[in-house]
Design a binder for this molecule. Structure first.
Ligand SMILES: [Zn+2]
Length: 113
């Protein structure tokens, strides 16, 4: 299950960004073409977050649909897989959206000065 390694990575990055503050909410953007299962990420998150600043944080996952652009006619088409066929019959598509895996937002507890 590669989602476990991905989630661990996310927790590590988020921990660095949180700079010692407890994380209340984390929001991830996952492209549909990444083949990452949001459910699996959510499942791993509880385990990976244990004992870190992210323990108890709300995990929000936003799925970004895939989009490709035809290299022949320039048309943009929705993609459910990292390949496809344009209406013009061309299969040379450039993926322009859907391969991202990013931490979009990180909400932390305010640190008292
Ligand atoms: Zn085309």
């Amino acid at each position: 299950m590669h989602e476990f390694a991905i989630t661990q990575n996310i927790v590590e990055i988020a921990t660095e960004h949180a700079e010692g503050a407890a994380v209340r909410r984390i929001s991830l953007e996952i492209g549909q073409l990444t083949a990452i299962m949001p459910d699996a990420i959510a499942f791993c998150f509880d385990v990976c977050a244990q004992g870190t600043l992210l323990e108890g944080a709300t995990l929000e996952i936003i799925q970004r649909p895939g989009r490709g652009q035809c290299q022949d006619c320039g048309r943009e088409i929705p993609l459910e897989q990292p390949f496809g066929v344009c209406d013009c019959g061309c299969t040379h598509l450039t993926i322009i959206q859907g391969e991202e895996l990013t931490i979009k937002e990180l909400e932390t507890e305010a640190l008292c000065a």
